[in-house]
Design a protein around this ligand. Structure first.
Ligand code: AMP
Length: 321
């Protein structure tokens, strides 16, 4: 049994612990990125799929972060995670270098071009989970599907109520058989339009989503960057535009932030009905709209839950007719 390692100074902790809140865990990357956009270039940006996810989800509910970093991981980045109720008991520090990704965006801000992926300490990561309170909600953020499966295998159904997963072209291309095994075990896959096409070989996103459902997950969420998101659950369908922004500075992490907002809201409410999935997708969309306004987690660090709520109120007016 390990005590939750939440920072006592968390500015968001006071408004958490809602009544229906279910324990939520995420596995994914915690990274040192290098990003180039038409508006600027920055090395040593704190990122990683699980870093964005956990920071975003913890606006809604506490999160346990399962990840590995190297001995080069700056204390300053750990301090950023400690601003929110993120349990770092399963953040392992290993000798070696932290996972690192370098990407660039050209005129199309919807898709990153990967220039470099250094797996580093991720290659030796073998998470052994010992939760004080077993998670009922789990997010398998973008990481090697072999690691995603290792985490699923250590948690038990029916205790585990909702497992969602993300992936990307890097893993679809290099670990497809492992990824298909993961898909057979999950409830929800969150991926972008290009990845859905690559995974299924179908250009049409409606047909692609149906094919993904046949791989296992009853719910599929397809992100289309600035063009919004499609939600498929059983035979039901919902579509939402993105929040309209005049300037998108750096889209890195938008997908992971979206997933954090969505799954964080689901875990907070404990409600998996289709109506609540729609609300969760809307919260994910709002949370991600902040991330793209600055490098890394910087824009998210400047906001609190009421900022997400007020953007949602404005967004509802834009969408209703
Ligand atoms: P996104 O939300 O898709 O923009 O995710 C961006 C984050 O994904 C970056 O901070 C990267 O560190 C991380 N990332 C990039 N490539 C990979 C990969 N192959 N596996 C896991 N995480 C990755």
């Amino acid at each position: 049994m390990q005590p939750a390692n939440f920072a006592s100074s968390s500015k968001n902790l006071a408004m958490l612990q809602p009544e229906n809140s279910q324990p939520l865990a995420v596995i994914g990357t915690v990274a040192i990125d290098a990003v180039e956009t038409p508006f600027g270039k920055k090395d040593k940006v704190f990122g990683g799929s699980a870093a964005y996810f956990s920071y975003a989800a913890s606006f809604f509910t506490p999160v346990s972060l399962v990840a590995v970093v190297g001995s080069d991981f700056p204390d300053e980045y750990k301090g950023v995670l400690q601003e929110h109720p993120i349990d770092l008991s399963h953040l392992e520090v290993r000798a070696g270098k932290t996972f690192s990704w370098q990407g660039s965006y050209e005129s199309d801000m919807n898709s990153a071009k990967t220039l470099r992926t250094d797996l580093n300490v991720l290659l030796e990561f073998n998470p052994q989970l010992r939760f004080a309170k077993a998670p009922e909600f789990l997010f398998l953020a973008n990481v090697d599907p072999v690691l995603q499966m290792q985490v699923i295998d250590q948690l038990e159904r029916p205790k585990l109520k909702f497992v969602a997963c993300d992936t990307m072209n890097f893993w679809i291309g290099s670990k497809r058989p492992d990824l298909l095994k993961v898909l057979a075990k999950i409830d929800c896959l969150v991926l972008n339009d290009g990845e859905a096409r690559e995974l299924t070989g179908d250009f049409n996103l409606i047909r692609a989503a149906r094919k993904i459902q046949e791989f296992g997950p009853g719910t599929v969420v397809i992100k289309k960057g600035e063009h919004g998101v499609l939600l498929f659950s059983g035979s039901r369908f919902f579509a939402l535009p993105a929040y309209p922004l005049e300037s998108v500075f750096d889209p890195t992490g938008a997908g992971d932030t979206f997933a954090g907002g969505m799954v964080g809201y689901l875990a907070k409410t404990g409600d998996l009905s289709f109506e609540n999935l729609k609300r969760a997708v809307s919260y994910g969309t709002m949370t991600a709209s902040f991330t793209v306004e600055d490098f890394g987690l910087e824009a998210l660090r400047r906001i609190q839950l009421p900022d997400i709520e007020s953007r949602l109120t404005e967004f509802k007016k834009i969408c209703s007719f």
